[in-house]
Design a protein around this ligand. Structure first.
Ligand code: GDP
Length: 307
């Protein structure tokens, strides 16, 4: 933020006049839109706000670029949530859009309008289908960061001989294709450097369950655990114990809590990024294990004030 080439300005995607003003004033070479109400879980609670920002906001940008700065190259963050109720795995660029949440539906709408503007007005407008991308700046409302921050708290409590605060999670069996945010930003940049705007799937190409993420994070923190078997595909209405400290059934570590179940769930996401690998030479550097380890170790250090 202290870089002299960085300027922070006020505008709001839901306010078309402000978007227009900014595009007109700056005539930007690139307009990269990562803004959204991006938390799937909250999109059932605030569907209209989600739509206004995530779908209509994109139309405001397109209109501003079309009328004020047609040479601007536009990137809009597309999402694997557009695939939703998946038909086949892994999902590639040809997979139909079958969203399962107000967020996914808004992202799918944005994808259509970006394509319509690209075709109608010959704009450089491109959008990846970015699968889940994570890192040490991920918000705690997302399951990965919620887990790594909670595991750090458990570790600190155990180190100090206190009773550890257990984690309450929702569906442990859904699977996600988790990649590293820094790898994915490289892919976005490559997409912006193409001669013609072509949309690509960006994914790690591996899928893991929430359960696997929990276990990898506990392993990274060196916390031994036992699995309580009967929570597999749990559908009860009260919290159920899923993990305890090893050989210590009286010390709960993880509960499945129905409070975190979603009205509709995307059970499995797994991306096929062969096309961007072949055509733009992009490959991810960070593996699943490395990603979980980076995030967990970061949160452990942050909690002991070493960061
Ligand atoms: P999403 O893929 O963009 O929805 O990313 P999230 O990190 O919010 O959720 C990923 C998956 O984790 C979904 O299948 C959720 O149902 C599941 N999940 C299980 N427990 C939790 C939880 O406590 N919080 C969140 N956010 N997701 C959870």
């Amino acid at each position: 933020i202290d870089n002299p080439r960085f300027e922070k300005i006020y505008f709001d995607l839901t306010d078309p006049t402000s978007v227009n003003h900014v595009v007109k004033k700056y005539q930007p070479e690139y307009f990269i839109n990562f803004a959204a109400q991006s938390f799937v879980g909250a999109s059932w609670d605030i569907p209209v706000a989600t739509w206004n920002c995530t779908a209509t906001g994109v139309l405001h940008i397109l209109e501003a670029i079309r009328t004020e700065s047609p040479g601007t190259k536009f990137y809009n963050a597309g999402s694997s949530e557009e695939f939703g109720d998946v038909e086949y795995s892994p999902q590639d660029e040809k997979h139909p859009l079958r969203p399962r949440s107000p967020y996914g539906a808004a992202k799918a709408a944005a994808r259509h309008i970006v394509k319509v503007y690209r075709d109608s007005y010959n704009l450089f407008a491109v959008q990846g289908w970015l699968f889940n991308h994570e890192g040490t700046r991920r918000g705690e409302e997302f399951v990965t960061r919620k887990i790594t921050k909670s595991v750090a708290l458990i570790k600190k409590a155990l180190d100090e001989n206190r009773i550890p605060p257990p984690i309450h999670l929702g569906n442990l069996e859904s699977k996600r294709d988790w990649g590293d945010a820094q790898d994915f930003v490289r892919a976005v940049w490559l997409m912006m450097q193409q001669e013609k705007p072509i949309d690509y799937v960006v994914a790690s190409g591996e899928t893991h369950s929430i359960r696997e993420f929990v276990e990898a994070s506990l392993i990274s923190a060196d916390i031994p655990f036992d699995v309580v078997e009967n929570t597999n595909f749990f559908t009860g209405d009260q919290p159920a114990l899923a993990y305890t400290l090893k050989d210590d059934p009286e010390t709960p570590l993880v509960y499945v809590n129905p409070k975190y179940f979603r009205p509709a769930e995307v059970q499995l996401l797994l991306g096929d990024s062969t096309r961007i690998e072949k055509e733009l030479g992009w490959t991810p550097d960070v593996s699943f294990e490395k990603l979980v380890d980076n995030m967990t170790q970061h949160d452990i250090l942050a909690l002991s004030n070493k960061l």
